[in-house]
Design a protein around this ligand. Structure first.
Ligand SMILES: Nc1nc2c(c(=O)[nH]1)N[C@H]1C(S)=C(S)[C@@H](COP(=O)(O)O)O[C@H]1N2
Ligand SMILES: [Mo]
Length: 564
């Protein structure tokens, strides 16, 4: 072994120290970028919480991504990430922002103006995104769209400049020494240590480590304070964005009630979807990153367009109209075969026919273009809203006020049609018009204009890849063909014959139907279970596979299980 004291100050030590310093500078300047972005996003989110949650830079950019993403990628994302698609999207926006922020931070180490300029650009992007994004509330504060992005941009740029100055401070405070190469000047130093050899002399400067440590401490303190500010303001903004709880529905007289639901087979067979979906379990599909905040006091439903007598209703007006109650199964066109985007509930609302008859729909009208408070548009064929399927403007679900996520204060619901052509949430206008004159959001993105729900069936139990103990088992699930009803459900096990399942009683033809088939699962090994439904017209569910785009998935649901 060598002599320890000599190695400490020896040349061998210089290399690691320089390396460490370089690493610190890199980490520090990257952190400056991240912190500046965090401060901007946090304060922007806070301001947005006060004026318009949808204008928060993060949400606004996310909404634009949703809006501009090609349909093919959107359907892939929905398929791949399911109801977590929004989380994935927002996380992606966060990661991309973080990468840009790190780039700005590192670039800004040597060129402060460039770094600051990048944050100004990010601020401008945030403002433009907010201007393009759908509003979360109809009554937005003037300038409310612009303010969050503006604050975010200014705060981020300011934080960046402040932190880079701090990072540069230690060297400036240090007495200049011959051979001091400004290595400790760090990120913003114009002359950065070119080589290990020149770096060495500073090692002998008695004050250098102290000054550096002191500067670092100040930098770290400020950084921590800014990180705290970013987090706290972000959380407060998030809190402020949360919509107020929906008011309880008053005791309302029903002009027409729904009969009691038949026996729920889920009580008999474990694992089948309950006959009625609990409101908290209801699937949710929409483009809103922020739940629209609707002030019921100023909210109006307009019936307009090619009608003799346009009119508008307040929330109270709507509740005073004759209300009907119906059990209806809602389905999303994006639902894959066997997928989860289907739920059934008891809906309370006003017949669209009543509203449209009161307005007097003119000749030539072939669609109602409905609009939501945040700007979604949906086209529904006029017949579907006028015939006796009882399409409705819904105000209640499962005996309670329509929840915010399902469209409070009011939504459209058209039995037999997929949600994207008949179930506008946060509804605010119904315009009588023509397909030639007006195109809805999804239509412009190449989805079908008219999309009746296809006949489908799903195996709820056993789950795919389940391990089953040999012995008696039960296969069960739901089947639906809104508007036609379900006549028969059959199950095939491996290469066996189609076996008819036992059906639950039919609630109505707009509602799904439960089914089950006892199975003597004695043969160990892998088994394929497949289901198919026959609808009320006698048509058998096709085994031909089609993707959800553009008018609904087809094919048979199958699961693979293991007995043993
Ligand atoms: N305002 C608005 N309404 C909307 C949508 C939307 O994105 N925005 N999505 C539609 C789609 S595609 C479906 S499937 C249903 C889903 O309704 P739910 O979330 O209550 O289940 O809402 C429809 N109404
Ligand atoms: Mo949908």
């Amino acid at each position: 072994m060598g002599d320890p004291p000599t190695t400490v100050d020896g040349p061998a030590e210089a290399a690691p120290r320089t390396q460490r310093r370089r690493r610190w500078r890199l980490v520090a300047s990257a952190s400056v970028g991240l912190l500046a972005a965090a401060v901007g996003l946090g304060l922007g989110h806070l301001v947005a919480g006060l004026v318009d949650p949808a204008a928060s830079p993060w949400n606004a950019v996310g909404s634009n991504v949703i809006d501009l993403t090609p349909t093919s990628i959107k359907t892939w994302a929905i398929r791949r990430f399911g109801t977590k698609d929004k989380l994935v999207l927002l996380s992606t926006v966060a990661v991309v922002t973080a990468v840009l922020a790190v780039v700005a931070g590192i670039a800004g180490r040597r060129r402060r103006r460039l770094g600051a300029g990048l944050f100004v650009v990010l601020g401008v992007v945030a403002v433009l995104a907010a201007l393009r994004a759908p509003a979360a509330s109809a009554a937005s504060v003037p300038g409310g769209r612009v303010l969050p992005g503006l604050v975010a941009g200014l705060a981020a740029t300011g934080a960046f400049l402040w932190l880079t100055r701090l990072l540069a401070a230690p060297a400036a405070a240090r007495p200049a020494t011959a051979g001091d190469d400004h290595a400790a000047a760090g990120p913003t130093g114009k002359h950065v240590a070119p080589a290990v050899a020149v770096e060495r002399p500073t090692d002998h400067h008695p004050e250098a480590p102290e000054a550096g440590t002191d500067g670092r401490r100040r930098f770290l303190g400020t950084a921590a304070a800014l990180a705290g500010t970013a987090t706290v303001s972000g959380l407060i903004g998030q809190r402020l964005a949360r919509p107020a709880p929906v008011p309880d529905l008053p005791d309302l007289a029903r002009a027409s009630t729904a009969p009691a639901l038949p026996t729920d087979l889920a009580r008999k067979v474990d694992g089948i979807s309950p006959l009625r979906t609990a409101s908290r379990d209801f699937y949710r599909v929409d483009t809103a990153l922020v739940l629209p905040r609707v002030d019921v006091g100023s909210w109006r439903l307009k019936v307009e367009g090619m009608v003799d007598q346009p009119f508008e209703l307040s929330y109270d007006d709507l509740l005073r109209l004759p209300l009907i109650e119906r059990d209806i199964t809602l389905t999303c066109v994006s639902n894959e075969v066997g997928g989860p985007y289907i739920s059934s509930g008891r809906w309370l609302g006003v017949r669209t026919r009543d509203l449209l008859e009161r307005a007097g729909v003119q000749r030539g009208v072939d669609q109602i273009l409905s609009r939501s408070v945040e700007g979604m548009t949906i086209s529904t064929p006029i017949e579907a809203l006028m015939d006796d399927r009882d399409a409705m403007v819904v105000v209640g679900l499962n005996g309670e006020t329509l929840p915010g996520r399902n469209g409070f204060p009011a939504r459209l619901l058209t039995p037999g049609l997929y949600g994207f052509v008949g179930a506008t949430k946060w509804l605010t206008s119904m315009k009588a018009t023509t397909y030639a004159d007006d195109r809805a959001y999804w239509t412009r993105r190449d989805w079908a204009t008219d999309a009746p729900i296809l006949t489908e069936s799903r195996i709820d139990t056993p789950k795919s890849f389940a391990k089953i103990t040999p012995g008696p088992a039960v296969i069960g699930g739901v089947a639906w063909a809104q508007g036609r009803g379900i006549k028969k459900v059959e199950v095939r096990i491996d290469d066996g014959p189609w076996q008819e399942a036992t059906l639950g009683a039919e609630a109505n033809i707009a509602y799904w139907r439960q089914w089950y088939l006892p199975w003597d699962a004695t043969e160990p090994g892998r088994h394929d279970l497949v289901v198919r439904a026959t609808d009320g017209t006698g048509a058998v569910q096709t085994d031909e596979r089609a993707t959800p785009f553009p008018k609904g998935a087809t094919g048979l649901h199958s699961v693979v299980v293991n007995v043993g």
